[in-house]
Design a protein around this ligand. Structure first.
Ligand SMILES: Nc1ncnc2c1ncn2[C@@H]1O[C@H](COP(=O)(O)OP(=O)(O)OP(=O)(O)O)[C@@H](O)[C@H]1O
Ligand SMILES: [Mg+2]
Length: 352
């Protein structure tokens, strides 16, 4: 079922949190609402769910206007950021809860709870109470409770936040598999870009209550529309350096190189302030455009090694290289960047 937000705005008293947001989530699609803490992700999710009253604008599920419908009138499965389980009920009854409200038969309930418990590997936990589970196990109960009613729409707010690294990885693909199998239109709220990139068809990146860009993980990484997006997506992050345009070149203390033709053609003016952004994989020992500096940080991650290169002007560029460490802390190096893969931003931060 398609979900559509049309000029959705939300204020708390005088404080505008979301202003005029337009967002369409296609049938069966899983989209991530990604952004820094406080940007309005949970607020948006609550409005779609019906917990928050919308200040203005409309929300549609398919061709039905659900703007004013309360959560219990929609078939929505929700996993909250602080998932509230009922402490006095067993895990079985916690999962069964949405079905009991719908007054389904005991036999139907048992079939559905057993099925979802199997999918989430929690058959052996059903007789316990929430207090007897770890945080990660409780999170899976919350997910099971959201899924058991076969919702049309699945809304998840940081569903993996309390899991350890191994379980998080497993649950990432598990949630995605369940979502694909059930085909339910889903919104995943997260501030973790790796989670958003690996789980979702598209990402809506938010900042300050506004969507900055919507696109596939590939688009967001390779075609960020502005500096904020380029800086938010990618791990380890992109390096930026501010400079000026001079004779068709990018110039900053300690670095000067000819701008790629596509940037020159984009009518950049001499003297204009311009920022270059280089992702760490585009700074390598044998790349064409020379960059010189001192190695000021090294982190070996096993398969890959990260290096920070500090230029004479103080700007720091990061390089990521596979294989063994090739130099040591304090070395002076002359490596290269691939300027055709670099991004350039104007004074407002928009990509040129
Ligand atoms: N009930 C409320 N009353 C007043 N302000 C609120 C209320 N709920 C949220 N806010 C404010 O709205 C803004 C967005 O909050 P929201 O919870 O949507 O952020 P978020 O993107 O989910 O952040 P996080 O990643 O930290 O969970 C914040 O500045 C928050 O303080
Ligand atoms: Mg939140």
């Amino acid at each position: 079922m398609e979900i559509r937000l049309e000029k959705f705005s939300k204020s708390f008293g005088p404080v505008k949190v979301i202003e005029d947001m337009d967002l369409t989530i296609g049938d069966c699609e899983m989209i991530a609402l990604l952004g820094p803490s406080g940007c309005g992700k949970t607020t948006t999710l609550y409005a779609v769910c019906g917990i928050h009253k919308v200040t203005s604008g409309r929300i549609w599920f398919g061709d039905k206007d659900v703007t004013a419908l309360p959560p219990q009138k929609k078939n929505v499965g929700v996993v909250f950021q602080s998932f509230a389980l009922y402490p006095h009920l067993t895990i079985y009854e916690n999962i069964a809860f949405p079905l009991r409200i719908r007054k389904e038969s005991n036999a139907d309930i048992k079939k559905k709870v057993d099925e979802v418990a199997g999918v989430l590997h929690m058959e052996t936990l059903l007789d316990r109470r929430p207090g007897q589970l770890s945080g990660g196990q409780q999170q899976r109960v919350a997910l099971a409770r959201a899924l058991v009613r076969k919702p049309d729409v699945l809304l998840m707010d940081e569903p993996l936040a309390n899991l350890d690294a191994g379980l998080r990885l497993e649950m990432r693909s598990e949630i995605r598999r369940i979502q694909r199998e059930t085909g339910c239109t889903s919104i995943l709220v997260t501030h973790d870009q790796v989670e958003a990139m690996s789980m979702c068809d598209r990402i809506a990146l938010m900042n300050d209550g506004k969507i900055q860009q919507i696109g596939s993980p590939n688009d967001m990484y390779h075609r960020p529309e502005n500096r904020f997006i380029a800086g938010f997506i990618g791990s380890p992050p992109i390096s930026f350096a501010d400079g000026k345009v001079e004779d068709g070149s990018f110039v900053t203390p300690g670095l000067r190189f000819e701008l790629p033709d596509r940037i020159k053609k984009a009518s950049v003016a001499a003297g204009q302030n311009i920022t270059v952004g280089v992702r760490p994989e585009y700074l390598q020992p044998d790349f064409a455009t020379p960059i010189e500096g001192e190695v000021t940080f090294i982190e070996s991650q096993g398969r890959e090694v990260l290096y920070d290169i500090t230029l004479a002007g103080g700007q720091v560029f990061r390089s990521i290289q596979t294989g063994e460490q090739v130099c040591k802390f304090g070395d002076r190096i002359r490596w290269g960047i691939d300027v055709n893969s670099a991004f350039f931003f104007d004074e407002k931060g928009d990509r040129i």
